[in-house]
Design a protein around this ligand. Structure first.
Ligand code: ADP
Ligand code: MG
Ligand code: ZN
Length: 432
């Protein structure tokens, strides 16, 4: 009713400091508050976290959030603490004493913890945590389960995590009274959505999908040649003075080669990948957030959960592994809504390299053929000369898109830009 609506907006303002809901946030929040299982598919940066953080603040009880990575969890915990929201994380690196402190808060009469972040293996391992959940549930204090990055539960996703499949017991185990589940992801094709809902036993969940169109991103593609990266980065520096961007590379070694190439040309660049030690990684992240250098040379390990609003360009120096991956990686540009550039440096040879890596990988033939098929889709995207790139990207997620909107936008993709120029040339010819 009206009271609920009012309470949503006043909490949004007083606790989170925002005036408006974005995308489908409000609908998702209402659905989960009404007790429905809810499945949320919204692009990166849309604000999925608020869909469970706000209900957690409004309702009594504890909300349990399953999230795949410690870095994501730490990041969220810090934000919640800054907002004065009771939040703790159960991760592998806690001391037994710290863990005990969390358990004793949860089993107290009125837990101060509103949001409890856990990694999936914590949930599936029976034992202490299981009995704490049972205890909360019995007292009506288990408010909600949240499954963040829900595509991790599907084999067809780009980031399958076996521990996620064990979350399939939550629906049945906490069914009397039912504890609502909300699952969220940014990267799921229709096939992955179906698979994830089945695996989580959330077939009856309400599904909310918001548009994948990113109007402020310019998608472009040029052939990869010897000097193209340096030239392109110089052009980006002119377009966006004082700002920085990401160059995605296939391997750690390639990150280093690219960094060398750029610094030799007088540009400032740092590397970032999973092989760096924590101190260096934190230092690079910090100076990256402050625009202290032009380019971060990164493997796809970089980016998940790092929320830099003013990334002005994302360059793919090597081929992404899938269309979803490409959408996700380019999606890190322009989160502040300002025009930003996504450029692919394409070489067919890179696709052969990628396919060789997949063929040599140690996995089942089904998974291998899925990965190979993903690469073929990327190649088709790159070799395409007639279909709008925005259209190809968003239709991959099952959305329908009219390429006229790209053609008429301030940031048309390279294909639409070319078409527009052709049309103008024809008009010019008509007039004369
Ligand atoms: P996602 O998980 O969908 O990638 P996040 O939940 O991390 O996105 O949110 C991305 C950013 O958007 C965060 O900085 C968050 O504070 C901000 N945000 C979320 N909701 C709103 C809103 N309604 N108004 C303004 N900013 C918002
Ligand atoms: Mg998120
Ligand atoms: Zn287009």
């Amino acid at each position: 009713g009206a009271d609920m609506n009012e309470e949503l907006y006043s909490t949004l303002k007083s606790k989170f400091g925002f005036n408006q809901f974005r995308h489908r946030q409000k609908q998702c929040i209402l659905s989960t508050l009404m007790g429905h299982d809810t499945f949320v598919l919204m692009p990166t940066g849309a604000g999925k976290s608020l869909c469970y953080q706000l209900p957690a603040v409004i309702l009594p009880g504890v909300t349990v959030v399953v999230s795949p990575l410690r870095s994501l969890i730490e990041d969220q915990k810090m934000k919640m603490k800054e907002l004065g929201i009771g939040c703790e994380a159960l991760t592998a690196d806690l001391t037994p004493a710290a863990q005990e402190e969390i358990y004793s808060d949860l089993t107290s009469d009125t837990p101060t913890i509103k949001l409890l972040y856990v990694t999936p293996e914590k949930i599936s391992a029976s034992g202490r945590l299981g009995s704490v959940f049972y205890n909360l549930h019995r007292r009506g204090l288990l408010a909600r389960f949240v499954i963040d990055e829900a595509h991790c539960v599907s084999q067809w996703g780009h980031d399958f995590r076996p521990d996620y499949t064990k979350l399939n017991t939550l629906r049945e185990k906490y069914n009397n009274p039912p504890v609502p589940i909300i699952a969220l992801t940014a990267t799921a094709t229709p096939k992955i959505v179906t698979d994830a809902r089945n695996n989580l036993k959330m077939q009856n969940s309400k599904l909310f999908i918001s548009s994948f169109v990113r109007d402020n991103l310019k998608y472009d593609l040029i052939p990869k040649a010897a000097k193209s990266l340096v030239n392109v980065v110089e052009k980006m520096k002119q377009l966006y003075p004082g700002k920085s961007g990401i160059v995605y590379c296939l391997s750690r070694k390639e990150c280093e080669t690219v960094q060398l190439m750029l610094t030799k040309a007088g540009l400032s660049a740092e590397v970032y990948h999973a092989g760096l030690n924590d101190n260096i990684r934190v230092a690079v992240q910090r100076s990256w957030l402050a625009n202290k250098f032009d380019v971060i040379c990164a493997t796809i390990a970089f980016g998940m959960g790092i929320d830099k609003p003013d990334v002005r360009f994302v360059i793919h120096y090597s081929l992404p592994k899938s269309i979803e991956g490409y959408y996700q990686e380019t999606g890190r540009a322009g989160r502040d809504g300002m025009p930003s550039y996504c450029l692919m440096l394409y070489s067919y040879h890179d696709s052969i390299r990628l396919r060789r890596m997949i063929e040599e990988g140690n996995t089942t033939s089904g998974v291998r053929s899925m990965h190979l098929n993903n690469v073929l889709q990327v190649v088709a995207y790159c070799e395409n000369v007639s279909v709008c790139r925005r259209k190809m990207l968003v239709e991959h997620f099952g959305e329908v898109y009219d390429e006229q909107s790209c053609r008429n936008s301030k940031t048309p993709c390279d294909i639409c830009e070319r078409q527009r120029k052709n049309q103008e040339a024809i008009r010019l010819f008509d007039v004369s």
